[in-house]
Write a protein of this length. Structure first.
Length: 91
């Protein structure tokens, strides 16, 4: 089933802190441990959640988990601090 190995890899990656270090040290080795296809590997290299979801059948939440694991700096670009202001406008 398309996506099963890549989804499992991301789940395992997020469940063990030492896995993050392994991913950053040698992503290609990490990918090969899970027997990912060339297409799966290419999608992961893009770090594009939409590509992972639409083209490789990665669960949307797992796609973002992978993005945050592979590029932790992305978390600093995300914020929900403006949401309270949006809610005020609805009243």
């Amino acid at each position: 089933m398309k996506g099963s190995q890549i989804n499992q890899m991301i789940q395992d990656l997020c469940s063990a802190p030492e896995s993050m270090a392994k991913l950053h040290a040698d992503p290609e080795h990490w990918f090969s441990v899970y027997g990912l296809s060339d297409e799966d590997k290419a999608a992961l290299r893009t770090c594009n959640a939409l590509t992972m979801v639409t083209q490789r059948n990665v669960h949307p939440i797992l796609a973002f988990h992978y993005l945050f694991a592979a590029k932790p700096e992305v978390m600093g670009m995300m914020s929900i601090s403006h949401y309270p202001n949006l809610l005020k406008d609805d009243k």
